[in-house]
Design a protein around this ligand. Structure first.
Ligand code: SF4
Length: 150
């Protein structure tokens, strides 16, 4: 399986921090886990400006209808799409069918993402990486969903 690297304690978040989940680490300790950070794989630095999907969600970004912008208005769409493609490369190389990703992220969001207004409001939708993985048959779960089904 692949797991968002920040959930495993790697300091790859936009603010240079992580969102380590001890519960998740314990639940997957006997599994083959590949940590991935699509935003770093897309060439973005850490720390970096916070970004949100403006108009639509990850599926719309892949269709060329949505963009991923930073708070200051820089368009990082290409980096987000590149990062998602790099993760897909890993998935295809190893025949991975399962992903546990960090909800709310413009890359890794599974159920919810921020609404593109940088006001802290959220909406139903997925990140760019989650969208690409789902289009390629990978089951993507939030931490909570995965722990509940285990
Ligand atoms: S892109 Fe995904 S793995 Fe990377 S910091 Fe954001 S949520 Fe974590």
């Amino acid at each position: 399986m692949i797991v968002s690297a920040c959930l495993l304690g790697l300091n790859c978040r936009y603010d240079g921090g992580n969102v380590k989940s001890e519960e998740l680490i314990k639940a997957v300790e006997d599994r083959c886990v590949i940590p991935v950070c699509p935003e770093q794989l897309g060439g973005l630095p850490t720390p970096r400006e916070t970004c949100e999907i403006v108009s639509g969600d990850g599926f719309d970004v892949l269709k060329g209808k949505g963009r991923v912008l930073s708070k200051s208005g820089v368009d990082y769409t290409e980096n987000f799409v590149k990062g998602a493609k790099e993760v897909l490369k890993i998935v295809k190389t190893f025949g991975i069918k399962l992903a546990i990703l960090k909800d709310l992220s413009p890359s890794c969001g599974v159920k919810m993402i921020y609404d593109g207004t940088f006001s802290g409001k959220t909406k139903v939708g997925v990140g760019v990486c989650t969208a690409l993985l789902r289009l390629n048959g990978v089951e993507v779960f939030t931490v909570e969903e995965f722990l509940n089904k285990e």
